[in-house]
Ligand binder design. Sequence first.
Ligand code: FES
Ligand SMILES: [Fe+2]
Length: 309
Amino acid sequence: MLRDMCPHRFAPLSKGKIISDQLQCPYHGLRFNSNGQCVFNPHGDGVVPKAAVTRTYPVLEKFGLVWVWMGQKAADPAKLPNFDFMDDTRWTYVKGHIHGSGYYELFTDNILDLGHAAFLHTGLSAPAFTIGKRHVFQDGDTVWSNVSHPNDFISDIMNNMFNSHGKRFDAWTDVQWTAPGSMSLLSYYAEPGTPKEDGHMHTSIHVMTPESPDTTHYFWAFGRDIHPDNEEFSAKLRAGIEYAFEEEDKPMIALQQAQVGDRDIMSMRPVLLAGDAGAVRARRMLRKLIAQEQSNGEEASDQKQSVDA
Ligand code: FES
Ligand SMILES: [Fe+2]
């Protein structure tokens, strides 16, 4: 991946176009190869200045996403979250992307505590998220934030999927967070009193990528094994999910960001409720991993390089 800044007059290269495997800057037309090296100068004698290089970052393509390493280290597949189910043909996915106002941890909090569903999302609301039993624990460098709730009603979006309006289920929702902001969310719905594995299941991922201190790219995918080839069903499902994320979560997080500003939300001494345990653990783990990285000198040298570049 190339840094989004041309070394000439610093135009965003992302607005350029690809010409014969080279990226042409949209402003004065310098062209760069995939190593960030300028290889074509349309001006004057055409000599390419030595300094005409833009920084590159290592990437990996996995689980249908491109993962970028913004620091000094090489890409390390061991650091990716476990999204194996994304490559499993059993699941049919609808996918989407949201660009939102808000520090990325505010978006992460939103998934680690689904207790907001009853108040913000009528279509996704289910008693389990508010009164279910919570089980939060660490697993290596990851954090699980799980909820279970027996014999109760489930959300409309799930009822539409299972055609189960008015039925009760035992329900489990297991969220696994991997630093810095990737989460899998696995939901299980079983006949009351029957094992979790015998019920319906669906998968989803929620990947938060910080763009700036107060904006975030949110990539999501939702997998089902019901009506796999039904495109009309996919379109309805996508519309329901997009409505919840775009029209309900996103504006609320933007308002929250406006209140919090550039402060760390934990420094404001927030009141903590039962559902906050997962988000608190994840923040603690993230800070520990950042401190480890900084003690290796990685982040400091990266910042210097960015400023000097
Ligand atoms: S800013 Fe890119 S060529 Fe001038
Ligand atoms: Fe939400």
